[in-house]
Design a binder for this molecule. Structure first.
Ligand code: NAP
Length: 246
């Protein structure tokens, strides 16, 4: 299948984990991708694995910095001539209960997720509006739906991404630009591998499907939202959770 033939996609936080899995699926479906990540060396290695400069490029980008996001999108336009799909995926965690969370930890997480997604959404929208087409996929989290202990920063940011995406979807729908959200549950990546075994086991007990998800299983949903398969969907939130907190 070539659901994204001749399309150009930008994926933030694309050097590893869910972002890289999304880039892999997109390239298999005919897209050219530009990976934006804090870690340029890892993004370059990933782009090489994906097939090299004809299909994948890497750019150092801190999503909290609007000019970095401009440069990332500019690189996609320069290399491949369009911007058809924008995936705002970059993320961090700084977990702590409110009793111990520092203001800096709160601000960092809000900045990367919420400001980062806002930067990516509005910069991509500016290009896509002119083109009269485009799909934006924002990565939230189940934590933004239900709120999780130790994540007042992350839950707030991930819930904020839903509000931001719905508002943007309404602003952009008549320009042919769709904005949708994915809320993954427990997915096996570097972000979750750092978790203590006890916390992992507690989460597993909440999952009706009784297993963690793989990054690829989020990526195929991103493909659905990025492609014409979801042509009449905007402002939606799709949960990829194995049924957890349904
Ligand atoms: P990951 O493996 O840690 O990958 C995140 C990537 O984002 C890393 O390459 C990281 O680079 C990059 N990044 C961090 N801050 C950035 C910034 N300011 N600008 C640009 N790139 C930045 O995490 P993941 O599990 O794939 O998570 C991807 C997304 O899914 C995140 O938004 C996360 O919140 C969300 N999510 C994950 C899960 C899960 O269970 N894994 C569940 C729900 C939602 P560095 O390595 O250099 O920091």
């Amino acid at each position: 299948m070539t659901l994204l033939a001749d399309k150009t996609a930008v994926v933030t936080g694309g050097a590893q984990g869910i972002g890289l899995a999304i880039a892999e699926v997109f390239v298999k479906e005919g897209a050219r991708v530009v990976l934006g990540d804090l870690n340029l060396a890892a993004a370059e290695a990933a782009a090489k694995e994906l097939g090299g400069p004809a299909v994948a490029r890497a750019v150092r980008c801190d999503v909290t910095n609007a000019s970095d996001v401009d440069a990332l999108i500019g690189a996609a336009l320069e290399a491949f001539g369009s911007l058809d799909v924008m995936v705002n995926n970059a993320g961090i965690t700084r977990d702590a209960t409110m009793r111990t969370m520092t203001e800096e930890q709160f601000d960092q997480v809000i900045d990367v997720h919420l400001k980062g997604a806002w930067n990516g959404t509005r910069k991509a929208a500016a290009i896509m509006r002119e083109q009269g087409s485009g799909a934006i996929v924002n990565i939230s989290s189940l934590s933004g739906k239900v709120g999780l202990v130790g994540q007042t920063n992350y839950s707030a940011a991930k819930a904020g991404i839903v509000g931001l995406s719905k508002a943007a979807a309404k602003e952009l729908a008549h320009h042919g630009v769709r904005v949708n959200v994915i809320q993954p549950g427990l997915i096996r990546t570097a972000m979750t591998e750092a978790m203590p075994q006890k916390a992992w086991d507690q989460k597993m007990a909440e999952i009706p499907m009784r297993r963690a998800g793989e990054a690829h299983e989020v990526a195929t949903v991103a493909l659905f939202l990025a492609s014409g398969l979801s042509s009449y969907m905007t402002g939606t939130v799709l949960e990829v959770t194995g049924g957890r907190f349904m």
